[in-house]
Write a protein that binds this ligand. Structure first.
Ligand code: AMP
Ligand code: MG
Length: 347
């Protein structure tokens, strides 16, 4: 075969790669087509490694972000006109909501029961009071917290044939601990329906990967999902990775949203019993699960329950694993984890 012919074959191969993805000559791993947007009040990223469908990858990614915006407008307690906003502002009247909202509220109530009340989506009044996203948040007075606690308790949420309502009209639903995970699952479903066979969805730390990372020669590698060092500062480093071809990895940590007052740090995951940030001795929990909605709820729950009770709960749930990092920096793993940090792997 002449040199010219060899070149033309290589040329065609290169073209094929470039049309879908870029080739990294060093390790032959294909570079993804990625986009980053600010949704769910956080930075979110979608990366596509392989598109076997008919449509343009960029176009599909744009539509995937539209889907995120759709879920944000459906499930946010802050967005006027969302299903949750409508329930919270109906003065106790039943509100007709989408099947998806109903499903997610029902799922959250089940997680409330499973966690014996640690997971409580009726903490909306407390969430507004603490307002961790405000420019200058401050610790609410003990009186205010006591008053807010009298309007919490997920048993006040009623799912009826006429719709959903709050028995206590001053109570408020907040799906902040589960909505991003749910949306990440839905984005994955959408991408797959469009012919995407490999990708990463990262909605503010709720990460879903699927299809493995395609390697140049047709082989698949695991994705390495970073686990942050739970330092209470913005420039926290990476302590290790979760290596995974398929599934969801979600972390709840005390470094994600917090503020400092009089030398004490206050983070955004609240103990429904006290109305104050949960103090279970855990700095971060990372959950592996198939569904990201479940992983999202469970990471919040395990953060509140602490290492011992949290691990007990995780061991009772199939196909779900956890990595806890406590305030002493000690790391605890559930039994389905084979390789430990820095390259955590499932058995
Ligand atoms: P995450 O970052 O997923 O652990 O969720 C934290 C968010 O969930 C907070 O910003 C609140 O909106 C909400 N939240 C806080 N404490 C609780 C709780 N005990 N149960 C359910 N949701 C909570
Ligand atoms: Mg959560």
């Amino acid at each position: 075969m002449g040199i010219l012919k060899k070149f033309s074959i290589i040329g065609i191969l290169c073209l094929l790669f470039v049309s879908g993805c870029q080739k990294n000559p060093k390790n032959e791993v294909l570079e993804p087509i990625s986009a980053t947007e600010f949704v769910f009040n956080t930075v979110s990223m979608i990366s596509v490694y392989e598109n076997k469908g008919e449509r343009d990858t960029e176009e599909i990614i744009n539509e995937a972000f539209d889907l995120c915006v759709y879920y944000d407008h459906l499930l946010s307690r802050m967005k006027e006109g969302s299903d949750i906003w409508n329930i919270n502002h109906s003065d106790g009247e039943a509100v007709t909501v989408s099947e998806e909202t109903k499903h997610l509220i029902d799922k959250s109530i089940n997680y409330g029961n499973l966690s014996e009340g640690a997971f409580d989506i009726s903490l909306g009044v407390l969430s507004s009071m603490w307002d961790f996203t405000a420019e200058n948040p401050s610790v609410p007075s003990g009186e205010k917290i006591k008053e807010a606690l009298s309007h919490t308790g997920y048993e006040k949420i009623v799912i009826s044939e006429d719709g959903i309502y709050l028995k206590d009209s001053a109570a408020q639903i907040d799906l902040g601990a589960i909505a991003k995970g749910y949306a990440a699952d839905k984005v994955k479903e959408f991408l797959i329906s469009e012919g995407i066979t490999s990708g990463i969805i990262n909605l503010g730390g709720n990460i879903v990967v699927f299809g493995g990372k395609p390697e140049g020669k047709g082989e698949k590698l695991p994705f390495d999902i970073a686990i942050s060092e739970p330092a209470k500062r913005e420039d926290a480093g990476v302590i290790g990775y979760f290596s995974l071809e398929e599934g969801s990895v979600v972390t709840s940590g005390n470094y994600e949203r917090y503020f400092e007052e009089d030398g004490k740090l206050y983070h955004h995951i609240l103990n429904p019993e006290t109305g104050y940030p949960a103090e279970s001795g855990v700095d971060s929990v990372t959950i592996y699960s198939e569904s990201s909605a479940d992983g999202d709820a469970l990471s919040t729950i395990c953060f509140i329950l602490g290492t011992e009770k949290g691990l007990e709960l995780i061991e009772s749930i199939d196909n779900t694993e956890a990595v806890f990092i406590d305030s002493e920096g000690e790391i605890f793993y559930s039994s389905g984890i084979e390789k430990e940090i820095p390259y955590t792997k499932l058995k």
